[in-house]
Write a new protein. Structure first.
Length: 97
């Protein structure tokens, strides 16, 4: 039986009060609600609170949280996922710097 395999785990400080955490797993089959074989959580945390988070929680499928709002996200591939996340991090930078 195949098992989940860690693809990426990284925590990067952005300032004294902010960091990003990136976690991606390759799954043997898609998670419930997703059409691809990756489970992921990419998060921007500022002063101990999530400001931005991309994830595909089981049953909810691909989506992102911007502040308290949840929005759909269309997963293309891992490279695009990271590009989209970093674009949103940069866009929100002035709000938490």
């Amino acid at each position: 039986m195949s098992r989940a395999k860690l693809v990426l785990r990284q925590k990067r400080p952005l300032s004294e009060s902010a960091f990003v955490e990136l976690v991606v797993w390759a799954l043997p089959q898609p998670a419930k609600g997703s059409t691809h074989r990756f489970k992921y959580r990419l998060a921007l945390v500022v002063r101990g609170e999530y400001v931005l988070r991309y994830d595909n929680e089981a049953g909810k499928g691909d989506h992102k949280h911007v502040g308290r709002e949840q929005r759909p996200y269309r997963f293309v591939d891992l490279d695009t996922l990271q590009e989209d996340f970093w674009t949103d991090v940069e866009t929100s930078r002035s709000q938490w710097k």
